[in-house]
Design a protein. Structure first.
Length: 192
């Protein structure tokens, strides 16, 4: 599972990554109203998810990797840590389908700062903004499940379907991460 130093490819999802278990960390989220907070976006604006109308999809991930930049020590051994780029690419690839199914907005969210996120959003050609919760205000307000590594507090991977500022469906834990968007699409299709 280890990569040679300087050879990290975030688009590759190793076959032997550990599967995250449901620790109950998201059990309280269904039916919750989102906090009234504006989050900086890679689009250059600020987004207040609580004030959006219609259906939105928000996927949360620990951190995107950068090609050639080594992962934090032990990253591949943390259940649910690896796969942020494949998860983002899945939502990119299913973006048009989500829109056709009536999803008004799609967003990614991590605790990385906007400048870091902009590199990934550009490199991956994401057709939607990534939101930053670098201050952890959103994370704390919703009591989102997190983990720590290398002096970073990171979100555990999940996806939320949000209707008019209220969480109507939670996907947690997410595995495999590259199938998360397809699972969201299938749920929306089945619930119509």
């Amino acid at each position: 599972m280890s990569e040679a130093p300087g050879t990290h490819n975030p688009q590759v999802l190793p076959a032997d990554i550990p599967v995250p278990q449901d620790d109950g960390g998201a059990d309280h989220l269904t039916g919750r109203r989102l906090p009234d907070l504006a989050l900086p976006a890679t689009s250059g604006s600020a987004v207040n998810l609580a004030k959006l109308t219609g259906r939105s999809v928000l996927y949360l991930y620990p951190r995107t990797g950068v090609p050639g930049v080594d992962l934090p020590p032990g990253w591949n051994e943390i259940p649910g840590a690896r796969g942020c780029t494949p998860q983002s690419c899945g939502f990119r690839d299913h973006f048009a389908e989500l829109k056709q199914l009536g999803v008004a907005q799609v967003f990614g969210l991590s605790t990385q700062d906007t400048a870091y996120q902009q590199e990934a959003a550009s490199r991956l050609q994401l057709p939607f903004p990534i939101l930053s919760d670098a201050t952890l205000a959103f994370t704390r307000a919703l009591k989102l499940p997190t983990f720590g590594v290398a002096n970073m507090t990171l979100l555990k991977r999940m996806a939320l379907v949000i209707d008019n500022g209220v969480i109507t469906k939670v996907f947690y834990p997410v595995f495999p991460p590259d199938k998360n968007a397809a699972d969201v699409v299938a749920w929306i299709q089945a619930s119509r």
